[in-house]
Design a protein around this ligand. Sequence first.
Ligand SMILES: [Zn+2]
Length: 149
Amino acid sequence: MTTYIKRFVETDTGHRVPNHKSKCKHIHGHRYRFEAEIEGDLVEEKGVSEEGMLIDFSDVSDILMIHIHDVVDHAFIVYEEDELGLKAAGCMGDDHRTVVVDFIPTAENLAKWAFDQVKPHIVTAYGNRLRLVAMHVRETPKSIASWRP
Ligand SMILES: [Zn+2]
């Protein structure tokens, strides 16, 4: 038996899919939801704040805020080989929040990126087994991608 928890953070983020056959090649944005799925065993140590939890939801929230939200919220994510996208972002001046990545910023690739951002920080102080098993990225209400190694 295993317990799972999920916690998400949302960001308002711009991107484009440069090779897309249709409208996704245009610069546009989404209200992304980055959702971490964690499995493990409950903390059994008596009297501690996390007794009966895998990890405190607020600790997961802090990790998602620092390593995802604060990186890509109100930012434009652009593929490093997207010359037109880089040129457009460059016109916005030095203080424009541009996040250059080595992948086309699809929901699928962002799920893997988010997983790699978050995984090193999912740790426990109580010796209970704890593991980030997946990141889910909701790009639109109808479209969700997941990365599960
Ligand atoms: Zn899009």
